[in-house]
Ligand binder design. Structure first.
Ligand code: NDP
Length: 271
């Protein structure tokens, strides 16, 4: 019988995960199907229960349910525990395992697809929401010179930095406190682009040849990327590669095989 998987969120129509997992399944010869599920905002657990009851084997979880998915999972991987959020659920014979593949997805995209060296780099992470929290540990594992988390609401950045202070050189601050500092890699993990804006920070933060990464994808050149380009950044990318890489990590958790992401990313970029 074909194994069923799904992505659940609200809204969900924009999700490219079904295309990605269909391509992975073709490439690796797995007998599986993958659908979108729109969950009511107050009905996440019931929607997951009903998918499991219908024989579902696993789910990706997207906005705004990653924290609810964390609470839903009685067992969690260490990286899900560290992130405090779950984006991947695996259903095994009555039990549920929660994982978080976002951070590994970003680190893979930066280092393998984009060829960046994170070791020794000065990294700035803009934003302190669920996505930012999920990528701190995987970034620290690459041993940067420093990782600064900067957020519009300063306290949230400080809270994330204190959560991970034993894992590496991480600190938290408000956006205004960035003035006078320089970074080699700047990751925008805010959702400012949804409102057509960039987070408000001094553009001098980009070191010569710095790399600017917009975690959001599918929006073309966002205000943050334009600002980075104007400020002399040497390279930039959106989050499509992260999306494909986090999907590959989920696929590995479900099917035991990691697909080759290069051709799938190329296909999506072409589309
Ligand atoms: P959250 O809603 O949890 O956090 C949003 C963050 O953005 C907060 O830190 C918020 O600051 C900040 N923010 C929002 N608007 C502005 C603004 N105008 N100026 C400055 N800061 C702002 O979202 P997530 O963390 O879940 O997602 C963040 C982004 O990452 C989204 O765009 C999402 O699409 C993307 N993403 C991409 C993935 C991929 O695979 N490519 C995976 C996961 C996420 P404050 O705390 O002050 O409100």
């Amino acid at each position: 019988m074909t194994d069923r998987y799904a992505v659940i969120g609200n809204p969900i129509a924009h999700s490219r995960s079904p295309e990605i997992h269909a391509a992975f399944a073709r490439q690796t010869g797995q007998d599986m199907c993958y659908e979108r599920i729109l969950s009511p905002l107050d009905g996440f657990a019931a929607a997951v229960d009903s998918f499991r009851a219908a024989g579902g084997r696993g789910m990706n979880v997207t906005l705004p349910f990653k924290l609810e998915a964390f609470a839903y999972s009685p067992r969690r991987t260490p990286r899900a525990e560290a992130a405090g959020a779950v984006n991947t659920l695996r259903f095994d014979d009555g039990s549920v395992l929660g994982d978080n593949t976002d951070g590994a997805g970003l680190a893979h995209d930066l280092t393998r697809n984009l060829g960046l060296r994170l070791s020794g780099a000065r990294i700035l992470l803009l934003g302190a929401g669920g996505a930012a929290q999920g990528v701190v540990l995987p970034l620290l594992e690459h041993r940067p010179a420093c990782l600064v988390v900067a957020n519009r609401t300063r306290d949230k950045a400080a809270a994330i930095a204190s959560m991970f202070r034993d894992n590496g050189p991480v600190s938290g601050c408000g956006l205004a406190e960035l003035t006078g500092r320089r970074f080699d890699v700047v990751v925008n993990a805010t959702s400012a682009a949804i409102g057509g804006a960039a987070p408000e920070f001094c553009p001098d933060i980009f070191a010569d040849g710095a790399f600017a990464y917009e975690m959001m994808y599918g929006k073309g050149e966002t205000p943050f990327l334009s600002l980075a380009r104007g400020a002399g950044a040497g390279g930039w990318a959106d989050g499509l590669g992260m999306l494909v890489e986090q999907a590959a990590e989920s696929f590995l958790l479900w099917r035991g095989v990691r697909p080759d992401t290069g051709p799938v990313l190329a296909m999506l970029r072409q589309a």
